[in-house]
Ligand binder design. Structure first.
Ligand code: UDP
Ligand code: MG
Length: 322
């Protein structure tokens, strides 16, 4: 059996100070420790406005033929798009997604490869044990966020999980079948299934440059995670409307009992409250119903595969005959 190739997909946005350091670190790892494997890099320049592309071209030129590839976007399209582009162009036996800023320590690849090759996992991800060097607010929000997502959505996200993950070729091919536009890669990795091992590590500060995340960007990312996998927000209106209608029903009974017991006309204010509850509740409930259809349309529009096959003996006889 020939040597296996580990391919690293590196989304890079304004990382001119990091891409070179990244290459050196990876090269050192594969020449000193992971000598049984070949490595390849795919830099995805996400529309950088600094010298990232020039740097990457230089690295590709200096590296052995075919070792470093690059894809450059016409403008900044976001990390999720960059990851997809990189995975789509990958051909390696094992593929990892890694940040360019060395916050994802390349040395973890040793344990990750061990988990996949020797322990039989399909993928191995890195999980941050602490968030040193990060603001308290960001930390609190992160903890809350994972709880909410895990409660409301159909996918299970591991708290502290990063995008740093090594996968088998098979898993990458399945990930690529989810072609939805609004991508939330972490959720997609979880959705496709397969066996994943999580390796804890201590947070590392970025090697150079600064983080690309703004508060707005983070909020958008958080919303995307919830909306891509949860129906709960759409279902909320249905429940709220139902509660309104039930309250209106109870109110009507109270109203009738009052009228009968004193054999008088109902109190005008009470009647208005009843009507508000009834029509308000009905309107919101119908909105919820529309939401249900919307959720279904959304699911169809995503065109996710109906199932993902890991193994089967179909085709085995053909292979034997061939
Ligand atoms: N990145 C990207 N496109 C973007 C923003 C970020 O490709 O629009 C890349 C960035 O170059 C880095 C990785 O995504 O390699 C993680 O970004 P960053 O380090 O800024 O995020 P943080 O580590 O602070 O969460
Ligand atoms: Mg970073």
């Amino acid at each position: 059996m020939g040597r296996k190739t580990v391919e690293l997909v590196v989304p890079s946005y304004n990382e001119e100070a990091c891409v070179g350091l990244f290459y050196d670190a990876v090269k050192a790892l594969f020449t000193e420790t992971l000598t049984d494997y070949d490595f390849r890099l795919i830099y995805v320049d996400d529309g950088s406005s600094d010298g990232t592309l020039a740097k990457v071209k230089q690295i590709a030129q200096d590296a052995p033929e075919g070792q470093v590839h690059y894809i450059s976007f016409s403008r900044n399209l976001g990390k999720e798009a960059a990851i997809y582009a990189g995975l789509e162009h990958s051909t390696g036996d094992f593929v990892a997604v890694m940040d360019a800023d060395l916050q994802h320590p390349p040395a973890l690849l040793i344990d990750m490869l061990h988990a996949i090759v020797d322990e039989g996992y399909d993928s191995c991800g890195a999980r941050r044990e602490d968030r040193k060097g990060e603001g308290a607010i960001k930390r609190v929000f992160s903890v809350m966020y994972y709880q909410i997502v895990n409660r409301l959505t159909t996918v299970e996200l591991t708290p502290g999980s990063t995008d740093f993950r090594l996968m088998t070729r098979q898993m990458v091919d399945e990930v690529l079948k989810l072609t939805e536009r609004e991508r939330f890669t972490k959720g997609i990795f979880s959705w496709v299934g397969f066996k994943t091992k999580w390796i804890p590590y201590h947070n590392v500060e970025r090697a150079a440059g600064r983080s690309k995340w703004s508060i707005r960007g983070l909020l958008h990312y958080a919303a995307s995670g919830l909306l891509s996998f949860a129906r709960a927000p759409l279902r909320f209106a249905l429940w709220l409307g139902m509660i309104g209608c039930v309250a209106a029903g109870i109110d009507l009974i109270v109203l009738l009992v009052q009228c009968i017991s004193c054999s008088c006309l109902p109190d005008a204010v009470h009647v208005v409250i009843f009507l508000l509850l009834l029509f308000g509740g009905m309107t919101v409930m119908l909105l919820g119903l529309v939401g249900e259809y919307l959720a279904r349309i959304l699911a169809e529009a995503k065109h996710r595969p109906l199932y993902i096959m890991k193994e089967s003996n179909y085709g085995e006889s053909d292979r034997k005959a061939g």
